[in-house]
Design a protein around this ligand. Sequence first.
Ligand SMILES: *Cc1c(COP(=O)(O)O)cnc(C)c1O
Ligand SMILES: [Zn+2]
Length: 378
Amino acid sequence: MKLICSRCDRTEPSCDAYKCKHCGYILEVTYGDLESFKPHLGADMWCFAGVLPFGDVSPVSLGEGMTPLVSVPKLRQDWHHDNVYVKNECLNPTGSFKDRALSVCVTAARECGKEGIVVASSGNGAASAAAYAARAGMKAAVLVPETTPDAKVTQARMCGADVTKISGDFTNCYRHAIEMAETGYYNVTTTFLNPYTMEGYKTIGFEIYLQLGQVPDWIVLPVGAGPILGGVYKAFSELEQMGIAKGIPRLVAVQAENCGPIASAFQAGEAVKTPDRTSPTIASALADPLCGYEEDGDYTIYCIRKSGGTALTLDESEILESAKLLAAREGIYAEPGGAVGVLAARKLIEEGVIKPTEKVVLVATGHGLKFDYSGYLK
Ligand SMILES: *Cc1c(COP(=O)(O)O)cnc(C)c1O
Ligand SMILES: [Zn+2]
């Protein structure tokens, strides 16, 4: 395994590596001989250990990954589209796909001899970091925006994390985490800052490929900064290098209209810029204005474009409707940010962008129990 800057090609050592020390850009993990690895489904995502960082040691694991890929017959009926599936990431140990990243990152922290981790998070990363730190017997410092749903804060505190609520949006938490990392804490913030985040997420792509038995035509993903999308992109690119599957699915990034810098920049054909104004959104898990690390958004857009995909936003009532449809039509209970793929996919099907014969996978990213919907029921 090697860490290589995706802009200047310089390599960094595997401990304490965040962005490139020379040019500040995103580091990517590369592996020596991908051709000799043949992925198979197993008990959890560590069945892909041969192509994961620190895959040769016993990982800090709670059995993350290997979530079900289910067909959704009612939505198929409603949409006159026979090829829709949901990858239910709500069923990870702490209720979100973030567990895939944190399992890898906390393993890295332990292997690099760290006593503690720090995470800036909109909530799910906090809960996940706290759980994996508890598992590893490490201290966890968690920084969340004031508006983070209580259930996520409580989850992190129950797991023994030291939680600090910070005023303003995610950006302020992000800056504090970087400062704390300078005092020896390992920064496991799940943006593109820590190169192992995407490695955890790429296992979503491996599983979709193996569970479906083919490369899907489309994968629809809720996106904040976009490592989830970058990770899925990397999965299919590695499957190609392994000589196993050919082609990258078209990747769709879905964001909230109230804070959607990646979707806006994609649609305008411009570089990502921090929005002048953002409003709170019930999809709080996706609300990242990318202030100070706008290039992360450009990396995500690069992956979307290379895949032939697209990006779009939903307004608040559409986000709520997505979650309601997924729960009421299919019994899959996701938090608002975790369900946005539903209306995004419906729109693209209605517009004829997604064709009836094309296989579409929606990734549901976070559990409904993490959000209090009681005030939203009519
Ligand atoms: C973090 C998160 C996302 C966004 O993932 P990124 O990799 O930051 O783009 C989507 N859904 C949920 C529920 C999340 O917690
Ligand atoms: Zn560089």
